[in-house]
Design a protein around this ligand. Structure first.
Ligand code: SF4
Length: 290
């Protein structure tokens, strides 16, 4: 629980606050941008929520915050905010909320389908989220973009019996015994309509997942930058090889997609043509920055 005695002084006065345990994962700014903004390496409340919808979004941010850094001065029921997850993005694609500190607050996604649901990266194994996922049909496959965002994968495996997929180059003791490993650098259809595309760079075996040529789950490879008004990546948070990440990014230019759904950073929706143009500008910037 957030501690009012530890609240950042830069929060605007009022009911909602962020305390000093914030790890700056960005979830609250994504979920409730009218309430939360940038501090200096942390999030802060930049405007108290005034409408019922703004309050609802701020409470959803509390539920998702991986470290419990957001609090309210009085007691508030979180029941409605909890029930809002998984939150539908479009069609049968959902945002899970309930971020885990073990994956530094990364986003995870659920694709609901009659043939078996697919979970992309791992949310926190919270009983109320697990119950909602059960109601939506459970988890048949769990796709892990890379080793940073695996969080509670073993608990999801035990509970749902799902089969996990990750690139072999990401193998660590924490994921030994995983059910399926991808090899090499070629794309691979892992389940009908799901294409795994290796994108080494951020890590050696980082892999993105393309669903129906519309939804691209990008892990820590690619996200939307509101400041630059284009897709972007980070050399600062590139753990393996920036030149490899540039090559991987360039390869993505040959795919169509309309959604970028990242682990960290902002998601983005645009036409396939606009996405292509934005990605091309990202590649040009990466080459310049190399
Ligand atoms: S969700 Fe929590 S940890 Fe993440 S930026 Fe907001 S307050 Fe900080």
């Amino acid at each position: 629980m957030a501690n009012p005695a530890q609240r950042w002084p830069t929060n605007v006065p009022g009911e909602f606050f962020v305390d000093r345990t914030c790890i700056d994962c960005d979830q609250c700014r994504e979920i409730a941008p009218s309430t939360f903004g940038d501090g200096d390496g942390y999030a802060r409340v930049c405007r108290q929520p005034e409408t019922p919808e703004a309050v609802r979004r701020a409470l959803m941010a509390i539920v998702t915050c991986p470290v419990g850094a957001i609090g309210t001065v009085g007691r508030r029921s979180l029941a409605e905010a909890v029930a809002a997850f998984p939150e539908r993005i479009e069609d049968n694609v959902y945002f899970c909320g309930f971020a885990s500190n073990d994956s530094f607050g990364a986003s995870s996604y659920l694709i609901v389908r009659p043939e078996g649901n697919v979970l992309v990266d791992s949310p926190r194994f919270a009983s109320r989220l697990v119950k909602r996922i059960e109601e939506l049909g459970g988890v048949r496959w769990m796709f892990l973009t890379h080793v940073d965002d695996i969080a509670d994968h073993a608990k999801f495996r035990r509970h749902f019996g799902c089969e996990r997929i990750i690139h072999r180059r990401e193998m660590r003791a924490a994921i030994a015994g995983i059910e399926h490993t991808l090899e090499g650098d070629e794309q691979q259809e892992i389940v009908p309509e799901f294409l795994a595309i290796p994108t080494p760079g951020h890590t050696r075996g980082h892999t993105v997942l393309l669903y129906r040529e519309r939804f691209l789950f990008t892990g820590d490879h690619l996200w939307w930058s509101p400041e630059q008004r284009r897709l972007s990546a980070s050399s600062r948070y590139c753990w393996y090889s920036w030149p490899k990440q540039i090559e991987s990014m360039q390869r993505l230019l040959s795919y169509d997609f309309e959604w970028v759904l990242p682990g960290h950073g902002q998601r983005h929706h645009a036409s396939a043509e606009e996405m292509h143009d934005s990605l091309a500008r990202c590649v040009a910037w990466m080459k310049k920055a190399a």
